[in-house]
Design a binder for this molecule. Structure first.
Ligand code: RIB
Length: 311
């Protein structure tokens, strides 16, 4: 009681940073994401922050803007701030930046974007099956001239989704027209630009698979600006199931990613790794093998696709 009274009189607040340095328990985790303006990352960040807070952890959010140099800087910042672990969504495939965290024995959980040869637990979705199911759905609706707006090809989610697109066409014996695969960068403007190009072809597609919802939203805008209608003139399907996909007109058919499940798993895995690291620091148990968890996407049918060829 005397101590508490003195603290009150002195208006003393324990320095959590100093306490953390001494105990190695800063109760802080880092979260590195590529683009906070994309609701996919905003949603996953919110869930990670919620769940981290439930477990008594503060979360330091680092937005890398798809910039590998900024990503490297942020990793140095997180090491300097002695975070106890990092949940990491990379900007590129090879993330040598991450090796440094392992030298400092900071556990990391890789989410959403696979990274080669990294010693960490990984939480992904099956992007190839997601792209396949999106395209197969359009084929089942009668579409044959189906375009694909791809994301940044070097990163795994986009290249795998495009692989699923190709597989569905080949399975239906529909020749893949390379002129209908248009590069995008997962951002709205690139979807808008890609759709404008497709609509100006001498033979425009009757359906478009956009490898994420932000590009699908940009594509919808381009169709409207062109004086055409969705799905009457062209069908569009996206990937992610961000909140905007339910509020855009017409509502967007999309492949839903289990965003909250991915976030929850990442936090659970990281907290387990943090506990293990503490045990290892005390010379206890050996680190068990790393987990590689691949979740499923789910087709969410809304109003942006229609059946053709029946009338
Ligand atoms: O919308 C952003 C995209 O980048 C998502 O599809 C997600 O998988 C991330 O990789």
């Amino acid at each position: 009681e005397r101590v508490n009274k003195a603290m009150e009189e002195l208006d003393y607040h324990p320095n959590s940073l100093a306490r953390g340095l001494r105990s190695g328990k800063t109760k802080t985790i880092g979260l590195v994401i590529p683009d906070i303006s994309n609701q996919f990352f905003a949603e996953i960040s919110r869930k990670i922050e919620d769940k981290g807070f439930e477990h008594g952890y503060s979360v330091i959010l680092c937005n890398t803007d798809d910039n590998p140099q900024k990503e490297k800087t942020y990793i140095d910042v997180l090491i300097a701030k002695k975070v106890e672990g990092i949940i990491f969504i990379s900007t590129v495939v090879e993330s040598n930046n991450l090796q440094k965290t392992l030298e400092f024995n900071i556990p990391i959980i890789v989410v959403d974007r696979d990274i080669k040869d990294i010693n960490s637990d990984i939480v992904l979705v099956d992007n190839n099956v997601g792209g396949y199911e999106a395209t197969r759905y359009l084929i089942q609706l009668g579409h044959r001239r189906i375009a694909c707006i791809e994301g940044p090809s070097p990163i795994t989610p986009s290249s795998q989704r495009v692989g699923g697109y190709r597989k569905a066409l080949q399975e239906a014996r529909i020749p893949v027209d390379e002129d209908l695969i248009i590069a995008g960068d997962f951002r709205y403007e690139s979807g808008n630009k890609a759709m404008r190009y497709l609509l100006n072809l001498s033979q425009p597609p009757t359906a478009v698979f956009a490898c994420n919802d932000m590009m699908a939203l940009g594509a919808i805008q381009a169709v409207n600006d062109h004086g055409l209608r969705i799905p009457d003139d062209i069908s569009v399907i996206g990937f992610d199931n961000i909140p905007f996909s339910q509020t855009v007109y017409p509502t967007l058919t999309t492949m839903a990613q289990p965003i909250y499940e991915m976030a929850g798993l990442a936090v659970d895995l990281l907290i387990d790794r943090i506990k293990l690291q503490r045990q290892r620091n005390r010379g206890e148990v050996q680190k068990p093998g790393f987990k590689r968890i691949i979740l499923e996407t789910k087709l969410v049918k809304r109003n942006s696709c229609r059946e053709i060829g029946k009338n």
